[in-house]
Design a binder for this molecule. Structure first.
Ligand SMILES: C[S@@+](CC[C@H](N)C(=O)[O-])C[C@H]1O[C@@H](n2cnc3c(N)ncnc32)[C@H](O)[C@@H]1O
Length: 264
């Protein structure tokens, strides 16, 4: 894994603890969990790979449902925080893995998920296809892959959109965090800025580059390697199911979240 792990580790620069603190996990998992749980139940999922697991919250949730789970991430600090937060009880493992490389135990899982818009951290369409091939490679025949991406059709081009303001701790201080996105075309900048709530002072900032054409790349990949099934779901609503076809681009302006579902 060597140098590729090191390079890819820089694709998400926000420190793990700050990322974890910035999210209202109770609210987020209450929105996402029921959809994922129903999908897993329908597809007979027992063993799950959580690719780009970050701080491990989804992996821990899946484990609490009685599933066997591996949480995998390219960033060793993320994996370390996940391990600290949730330990390694039987059936829950934490693994350092770059989704641009084949998973070490191919065909081992019933499901591989890649949540939290993580596939947008791929550099371009080739990397998305490579990661998707590796996610599919990790699951058995008939197994499923579930990828979450933001609906970039909602993000205007050439304009900062400030999406969120939250309180969090930065180096032991209470600070305000602002999260914004600036779309340039096929790519976008995602920025976190930390401000002192009392003094007019910027205390830190992190910027990452997002690839906005994940859906297009996935459609093209699937046209050359047709899966057993491929659908989209919007905003974690089961009844929103749409066919995923090569021309599908994400023209669903009312939805913030797109779920790509593929059965191998
Ligand atoms: C926005 S966080 C999402 C984390 C988690 N899945 C969630 O939903 O909260 C993106 C994660 O993708 C991971 N990541 C980025 N590039 C990766 C790669 N090439 N292989 C594996 N993980 C990667 C980052 O280290 C980070 O933990």
């Amino acid at each position: 894994m060597g140098s590729e792990v090191d390079n890819a580790a820089k694709t998400f620069t926000l420190p793990p603890k700050i990322y974890d603190d910035l999210i209202n996990w109770e609210r987020r998992l209450a929105r996402e969990g029921p959809f994922i749980q129903a999908l897993f139940e329908r597809c007979g999922v027992r063993r799950v790979l959580d690719a780009a697991c970050g701080t491990g919250r989804h992996a821990q949730l899946f484990h609490s449902w009685g599933l066997e789970v591996e949480g995998a991430d390219v960033n060793a600090e993320m994996i370390e925080l996940a391990r600290q937060q949730f330990g390694t009880p039987p059936g829950l493992r934490w693994v350092l893995w770059n989704f641009l490389e084949p998973y070490p135990t191919p065909g081992n899982f019933d499901a591989a998920v890649c949540l939290g818009n993580s596939l947008s951290l791929a550099k371009d369409g080739d990397e998305v296809c490579c990661a998707l091939a590796n996610l599919l490679g990790a699951v058995r025949p008939g197994g499923i892959v579930l990828v979450h991406v933001l609906n970039y059709a909602r993000v205007p081009i050439g304009k900062w959109v400030w999406q969120k303001v939250a309180r969090c701790q930065l180096e032991g201080r209470q600070v305000l965090a602002l999260k914004g996105i600036y779309r340039l075309g096929d790519h976008a900048l995602m920025s976190f800025i930390f401000v002192d709530p009392v003094e007019p002072e910027v205390l830190g900032s992190y910027v990452d580059v997002l690839f906005c054409q994940v859906l297009k790349a996935v459609g093209e990949f699937l046209s050359t390697q047709p899966p057993a099934e491929a659908y989209l779901f919007l905003d974690y609503v089961p009844s929103s199911r749409l066919p995923l076809e090569p021309g599908t681009r994400g023209q669903f302006s009312a939805s913030t979240d797109i779920l790509i579902f593929i059965r191998k």
